[in-house]
Design a protein around this ligand. Structure first.
Ligand code: BES
Ligand code: MN
Ligand code: ZN
Length: 499
């Protein structure tokens, strides 16, 4: 996809296959719609009065509007003007991008970002437009032989903005484009079947990224090396499967613009990479078990984020770590009651083999210490309890560091990829007491998302740490089943804000 800006005042003279203008449901025309209304001698207003209520997520296509050069004018509903916000704007851009992609158009012009929207900057609105175009053009085709759904031909989106704001819009588009590319990698890795997207496949993806971007270096540790590191907890999960585990380290180095002495400590991202979670001996029920192919979406999102920041040549060192394996029942698998020794030396009593995410993450969190990180952010489809608590709207955020937590919340608001902070009181830690080891791997039914985070917190004492539980936000179930690409926008924005 290519993104650009259009700054002519004469919107009605822009030659394009589709021109999007916003309309509020209170009958108020956006400035762009107003230009077209004047050019068409009131024809636009007449159509709106007759047949367009301008509710959010609705649109009306007008062909050959008098006085307007564009082949089609797409009226996009924005809802009431006084409730118009960043999320409604992002939704409107998606409606337009979906229209263009599904109609088989190759290009379009959107005037939606030109509409003022509370205190949301144009840069953020432009970013949202690019992210929407990325989503609209994503199609999963990797394992479909009968290509019924034609691949979208949409290649170019231009934003209509005021001339003195073109630079700001272009900055937003550049960031949004990189985020969209990262999200589409994340979506693809998530959507690929678990017999294709194995730990080895994730490792190869990291290596491929390091070939494509010169700021990236990949290292993929195999079984022998993981054993040498004494990652007894991670290995105990991996043992249950024939599929070899992989411990992936992907490093992004800031450009030479940053002098060595000004180099800040790296930010480390850790992604849960369970390429299939059957639960192990604590086997999951059969219904919807296929969706546990998405249990590597934490890994997919940190790889996607690395792709985005490499494309942006971010001026900050960032390291992604992905412990990856399958969680299957077998004669070699973990059993309830087993006690394993983590890389940190802490012993863990495994009371439920389906609480495997924390078992692989704890060793990765210990490994992260060697980088003396400024912050460590782990991303994981960790608990069903988080889905119960927050649904698919907000990612669960847990952190012992208020500045880090606030930075992530802010980055999420900025990119319409929101999180909600959850508690980590010491009182919850009691639920993880074990009679036979230093810690148990489950804390019983109450506050399941919190006790999972508490478990991780035991391994993160030497740095600022945040945990993102994306169990509810990483993918959608049902007829539109598919990975969302979240929380790539939040992570990339956080890194941009802290470069
Ligand atoms: N990958 C799952 C969490 C999950 C479940 C994410 C459903 C999205 C949808 C995780 O490994 C898991 O199985 N967690 C258990 C923990 C429990 C055994 C303490 C869960 O949530 O049931
Ligand atoms: Mn599990
Ligand atoms: Zn899992």
């Amino acid at each position: 996809m290519e993104f650009s800006t259009q700054t002519t005042a004469s919107l009605h003279q822009i030659k394009t296959a589709a021109l999007a203008v916003g309309v509020f449901s209170d009958g108020i025309l956006s400035p762009a719609a107003d230009v077209l209304d004047n050019a068409s001698n009131g024809a636009l207003r007449a159509v709106i009065n007759a047949e367009f209520k301008a509710k959010p997520n609705t649109h009306l296509v007008l062909r050959n509007l008098a006085g307007v050069v564009a082949t089609r004018v797409i009226l996009v509903g924005l809802g009431k003007q006084d409730t118009y916000n960043a999320a409604t704007h992002a939704g409107a851009e998606l409606v337009f991008a979906n229209y263009c992609a599904n109609a088989g158009l190759t290009e379009g012009v959107s005037a939606l970002a030109s509409i003022d929207c509370g205190n949301v900057k144009l840069r953020s609105r432009a970013k949202a437009a690019a992210i929407a175009a990325g989503r609209a053009t994503y199609r999963y085709t990797a394992t479909v032989s009968e290509k019924t759904d034609a691949a979208p031909k949409l290649r170019k989106i231009a934003l209509w903005v005021a001339r003195n704001k073109a630079n700001e819009a272009q900055q937003g588009l550049r960031e949004g484009k990189a985020i969209a590319n990262g999200m589409n990698l994340t979506r693809l890795l998530g959507d690929l079947p678990p017999n294709v997207c194995t730990p080895t496949y994730l490792g190869n993806t990291a290596k491929k990224l390091s070939k494509e971007f010169k700021s990236l270096k990949a290292e993929v540790l195999g079984l022998k090396q993981i054993e040498a590191l004494k990652m007894g907890s991670f290995l105990s999960v991996a043992r249950g499967s024939y599929e070899p585990p992989a411990f992936i380290v992907l490093k992004h180095t800031a450009g030479t613009k940053v002098a060595a002495k000004d180099r800040k400590a790296p930010i480390v991202l850790v992604g849960k990479g369970i390429t299939f979670d059957a639960g192990g001996i604590s086997l999951k029920p059969a219904a919807n078990m296929d969706e546990m192919k998405y249990d590597m979406c934490g890994a997919a999102s940190v790889l996607g984020t690395m792709r985005s920041i490499a494309e942006l040549e971010l001026d900050r060192d960032v390291i992604a770590i992905v412990p990856s394996c399958e969680n299957l029942p077998s004669g070699r698998a973990n059993k309830p009651g087993d006690i394993v020794t983590s890389m940190s030396g802490k012993t863990i009593e495994i009371l439920n083999t389906d609480a495997e995410g924390r078992l692989v993450l704890c060793d990765a969190l210990t490994y992260a210490e060697r980088f003396k990180p400024a912050a460590v952010i782990d991303v994981a489809t960790l608990t069903g309890a988080c889905v119960v608590a927050l649904g698919n709207v907000n990612t669960g955020l847990f952190s012992t560091d208020d500045a880090l937590a606030e930075g992530l919340l802010q980055a999420g608001r900025e990119t319409n990829d929101t999180a909600w902070r959850m508690p980590l009181d010491d009182a919850y830690q009691e639920q993880l007491r074990s009679n036979f080891a230093d810690i148990a791997n489950i804390g019983g039914p109450p506050a399941g998302a919190v006790t999972a985070a508490c478990f991780l917190s035991r391994f993160t004492k030497s740095y600022a740490w945040a945990h993102l539980d994306i169990a509810g936000t990483a993918w959608r179930s049902g007829k539109d089943k598919g990975a969302s690409g979240r929380p790539v926008p939040m992570l990339v924005q956080y890194l941009l804000d802290h470069a």
